[in-house]
Write a protein that binds this ligand. Structure first.
Ligand SMILES: NC(=O)c1ccc[n+]([C@@H]2O[C@H](COP(=O)([O-])OP(=O)(O)OC[C@H]3O[C@@H](n4cnc5c(N)ncnc54)[C@H](OP(=O)(O)O)[C@@H]3O)[C@@H](O)[C@H]2O)c1
Length: 287
């Protein structure tokens, strides 16, 4: 039985890990920002010295992509300094770190899916801090897995799916950008992969792994599918990014190549439409 710490446990991924851990044989320690602030180096050091853990899943992050353009220091303190604090504690105490990162480390200029060796070039403060975070994690603690993911949603927390369901029930029409392409990721599938990684440990082949649901969509495709599956009568209009300016620049193409994780864990990754159906079913159950 492994002892597993989850930081940022009230977020989307943290909540899904909590949900899935109910049927796990491992022992989980779920810590939110109040019980373990990863930016507090002495608190982190003290936490890991109290008892022996095997794995730390860092689900804590600063994820407000647009706000990060103004809150650079705060984003850096969580996505870089906080990660360094965890990596140091993991390295000092022989703990494997599983850290999460993002498709926003890429500039979107590619014409085919990004693999783990593709050149990074983040366009936003958020993307830059996440890239620094993954590098610092692997530098400080060589026993680190970095999982890059994209367009995460869940029945827990705030996300695009829940925003679309709300707006769709309030309005008859919505404009959504149709020139940014990526892959939606159901946080429960992501949590499942993290737990499978722990079970298999990929023969301790540490480093970067991509994970998202399978298939490619624009935000317009994603919104349209949400309305269709939820039977909401709201017209979705495709618009270019130029008509929906945001503080942070996002990559226009950030599809991740998942060959490495598929081979390493011998898994079939669900299509994004099927996982969306699962999430909507769960949302209905808990409403
Ligand atoms: N969401 C996406 O679309 C997306 C896409 C690609 C990659 N990712 C990555 O996937 C991972 C999980 O994302 P998510 O969507 O689950 O994020 P999330 O829902 O925003 O959760 C992040 C959690 O971290 C907590 N946190 C913030 N600062 C902290 C600190 N100093 N100490 C401890 N906890 C802190 C937050 O607490 P508060 O709520 O109190 O701030 C929140 O509960 C992150 O690494 C993220 O960068 C996410």
């Amino acid at each position: 039985m492994k002892k597993i710490v989850v930081t940022g446990s009230d977020g989307q991924l943290g909540s899904e890990l909590k949900y899935l851990s109910a049927t796990s044989h491992d022992e989980f320690f779920f810590e939110n920002r109040t019980s373990l602030d990863i930016t507090d180096s002495s608190a982190v050091e003290h936490y890991f010295s109290k008892q022996e853990y095997d794995i730390c899943i860092n689900a804590a992050a600063y994820t407000a992509v647009d706000k990060a353009e103004d809150e650079v220091m705060l984003a850096k303190s969580i996505n870089v300094i906080g990660v360094a604090n965890l990596a140091k504690a993991c390295n000092d105490n022989n703990v494997v770190l599983i850290h999460l990162s993002t498709d926003f480390v890429f500039d979107g200029e590619a014409k085919e899916p990004y693999d783990e060796f593709s050149k990074t070039n983040p366009l936003s403060v958020y993307g830059k801090t996440k890239l620094q975070g993954e590098k610092i994690a692997m530098d400080i603690n060589p026993d680190t897995f970095v999982i890059r993911t994209s367009w995460v949603y869940s029945s827990f927390g705030k996300n695009f799916v829940k925003t679309m369901l709300k707006l769709g029930s309030e309005r008859s029409e919505l404009n959504v950008v149709n020139d940014q392409f990526g892959s939606p990721t159901y946080a429960r599938d992501l949590a499942g992969i993290v737990l499978k990684l722990i079970d298999d440990q990929i023969s301790a082949d540490f480093g970067i792994y991509n994970y998202s649901n399978d298939g490619i969509a624009s935000w317009y495709d994603f919104a349209s599918e949400i309305m269709k599956q939820a039977n909401i009568n709201c017209k979705v209009n495709p618009i270019p990014t130029s008509q929906f300016p945001t503080s942070a620049t996002r990559p226009s193409y950030s599809v991740l190549d998942k060959t490495k994780v598929k081979n390493a864990l011998n898994v079939r990754i669900p299509d994004w439409q099927d996982s969306l159906r699962e999430c909507l079913r769960h949302l209905k159950e808990i409403s």
